[in-house]
Design a binder for this molecule. Sequence first.
Ligand code: PRX
Length: 648
Amino acid sequence: MSKTYPASDEFIANAHVNAAQYEEMYAASVADPDAFWAEHGKRIDWIKPFTKVKNTNFEFGKVDIKWFEDGTLNVAANCVDRHVATRGDQTAIIWEPDDPKTPARHITYAELKDEVSRMANVFKAQGIGKGDRVIIYLPMIPEAAYAMLACARIGAVHSIVFAGFSPDALANRINDCGAVAVITADTAPRGGRRTALKSNADKALFDCSDKVKCFVVKHTGDQTTWVEGRDLDVKAMMADASTDCPPEEVGAEDPLFILYTSGSTGRPKGVVHTSGGYLVYAAMTQELTFDYHDGDIFWCTADVGWVTGHSYIVYGPLANGATTIMFEGVPTYPDAGRFWEVCAKHKVNQFYTAPTAIRALMGQGPEWVEKHDLSSLKLLGSVGEPINPEAWNWYNTHVGKGKCPIVDTFWQTETGGHMVTALPGATPAKPGAATKPFFGVQLEVLDPATAEVQTETAAEGVLCVKDSWPGQMRTVWGDHERFMETYFSQYKGYYFTGDGCRRDADGDYWITGRVDDVINVSGHRMGTAEVESALVAHETVAEAAVVGYPHDIKGQGIYAYVTLMNGIEPTDELRKELVKWVRTEIGPIASPDLIQWAPGLPKTRSGKIMRRILRKIAENDYGALGDTSTLADPSVVDDLIDNRMNRA
Ligand code: PRX
């Protein structure tokens, strides 16, 4: 039996949801989703109230997901305007800069409304309107939130590209969604270094239509090139713009944003989230999972370039009238105490981060935590990958001082918000387990081979969801077939997460990791196929196969097997060159950690690469390769084992 950690009696007494309420609400949410979500749909303000709640179909070939479909609203008005009357002077966003010597900024709801409206007017003046796509390629600065909300205000659809992505990755996304504009910044300070974002955008725009406008936030004041007629100084334009910009009325099912994410095949796909259901779900999960109370200071350390930043830095907290922190920097700059310094400085109440960050900081020793006063903390959260027991214990002991409940939240870009998580007043934490489904989420564990639903409580298999929830993605941008194929074709009638899981005898869910060719590097999702296609685009590479392997800090590292073109000499220089190449093609997060020269790859007689074998060798577990007799040339395996790179 795993040890469990319930919250204190005092925490439970003050919590939004206790154990009995969870049971009752969960039962209601699955017994009558229409009634349940009709009630919770009232969390947000509607311009025209919905009369229909759920209209969803998971049948392969006919997948169609609509929530609150006849309602109309404006998301920015929900996140900003509606709070101005009651809490205009309350801080909405605390911006903590990369350099701790630069003062933090506190942006009130009233100020936020003005800034968002000004930016919205700047967009409008350039002809951007309802349904147009705008790419946001910004660092973690307030303008990133303004840009998201400005788009929402005018009904434009934003797509954030993480500032760590390369010009190529940016260009692909601009072109895929047919964006009319990009908003970027001159340079982006991070950990004391600066990324030349505008120059990346310049390179990307070279491969895009010359109609695409480029808004530039002059953030650091660093010199950049300037293309007259295309580049626009957004801060200067905002200074001259009106603060009056009536929010556009949009349908509940109008898209709010597109966010590109990696899958097991092909290019990243544009995950589409719509307005009404997404906002209801982001708001509800932010309040209940973190037990957020009015006046609390909430800090999610993610970047707005990932879904976690969308739902839990911007939309969820602001819809709830919360105070949310936006941090420009990194956990180890100027030293390994930065997270805790920021917690102490802003008296953070709920702190939400990824296991990879915890592991990295754990390695620096607890003295970096002890230096800072963390008495304001009430709750800790984890997201992005399974949290290992050492990291959980360290987080609990040194950061939470044994008094903060820890919520381990399992979810995905596709799900919009938390799917499996403890609710702190209701569910005792169990280190390593994501525990229980959120309201309305009907999980099933299926046998991966037979697709049979596992009816015993204790079970193992793949994690599927039986019915829709409001935060679910609606489609892949421009490719509904791909949406159905990716998520609804393998297990008919279910949404397939791509994750394996175990359900224990208490009915708690443990996520065991991806069962497809997606790897999780430092909590970032990476398709092995993407790294492979970057590698084979190099002139020296004939073939490449990429797999994950266990990595102490990153969770998984990227292990690449590379077959060179005939006559090319495998050298250390070439290895470095290939790493650099992948960084340029995709971005630093895709850099291979290990590259093994492979004279041949293990293939079946029909030419399929046997990744199972490559994974085992990368894991240094080559004693358990299983049956290799179906290989076209079994001898390649011996060579790969002899020259394996991960001999930890
Ligand atoms: O494998 C699961 C893992 O991250 C994947 C989703 O990645 P992404 O769309 O980038 O979203 C990350 C943040 C929501 C999942 O398929 N994952 C996410 N959270 C957890 C997790 N694995 C285990 N435990 C978690 N709490």
